[in-house]
Design a protein around this ligand. Structure first.
Ligand SMILES: [Zn+2]
Ligand SMILES: [Zn+2]
Length: 187
C-alpha cells in the first residue's frame, strides 16, 4: 500500500470550497507524488437537496500515466424520512470512494478494469470534476427505506397518531381483522 493513500483525516484542517470552481481540479501541475485536498462542500456543490451543508471531503489525487486516480471519503448528513412514522431526521454517513479519471479518447480503447472497484470518469482539458461522482456517491448511499429508530412504533393504522409520541385507544388493535372490525363499526 502506497503511503500516499493513507490519509489521516482527523489531523487535517478542512477548507471551504471558495468561489465558483465547484469541484474541478486542474491536474496539469499536479506534483508527481500526488496531492491531498480537504474541503468543506455545500449541498449546492453536489446538487442534492437531501444532504445538509458542511460535507467534508477528503480527496487524494495522483496521476497514473495519462489517467488520474483518486481516492478519499465524504462525510455528510442526509435528511431522511422514517418509513414507519414519517418523521424527518438526519443521519451521518461516511462514504469512501475510488475513482479513475481517463481522457475521453482513451476511455474506450483502454483494457477492461485493472482495478474492478474503481469507477471511471473523464478528464476534459486537464480538468477532473468531482461533482458527477460525488453526486452519484451520495445518491447511491441514500437508503430506499429508513427508520428513525429500530424500534419505531410507527403510526396507528386506525387513527394515524404517531405512536412514539402519543397513545390512543387502539393500542393492541393493529391486526388486519381488528382494523376491518373498527372500520365497519365506524361506518
Ligand atoms: Zn419512525
Ligand atoms: Zn389510534
Amino acid at each position: 500500500m502506497n503511503a500516499y493513500w493513507e490519509v489521516e483525516v482527523d489531523k487535517q484542517p478542512f477548507y471551504p470550497n471558495i468561489g465558483s470552481m465547484r469541484l474541478q481540479f486542474n491536474i496539469e501541475k499536479l506534483p508527481l507524488e500526488g496531492e491531498e485536498f480537504y474541503i468543506v462542500l455545500n449541498k449546492n456543490d453536489v446538487h442534492i437537496d437531501a444532504v445538509e451543508d458542511n460535507i467534508k471531503a477528503t480527496i487524494c489525487i495522483k496521476k497514473d500515466g495519462n489517467a488520474c486516480k483518486s481516492k478519499g471519503r465524504l462525510e455528510y448528513d442526509l435528511k431522511l424520512s422514517c418509513a414507519r412514522c414519517l418523521t424527518s431526521f438526519t443521519r451521518h454517513f461516511i462514504s469512501e470512494f475510488n475513482y479513475e479519471f481517463k481522457k475521453a479518447n482513451e476511455y474506450e480503447t483502454s483494457d477492461i478494469d485493472k482495478n474492478e472497484e474503481a469507477k471511471d470518469y473523464l478528464i476534459i482539458n486537464n480538468l477532473i470534476d468531482f461533482e458527477p461522482p460525488f453526486h452519484d456517491l451520495i445518491l447511491l448511499s441514500t437508503p430506499m427505506k429508513s427508520l428513525c429508530s429500530e424500534d419505531c412504533k410507527g403510526l396507528c393504522p386506525i387513527c394515524g397518531i404517531n405512536m412514539n409520541i402519543e397513545k390512543c385507544e387502539h393500542v393492541g388493535q393493529t391486526s388486519k381483522e381488528e382494523i376491518i372490525k373498527e372500520y365497519q363499526k365506524n361506518r
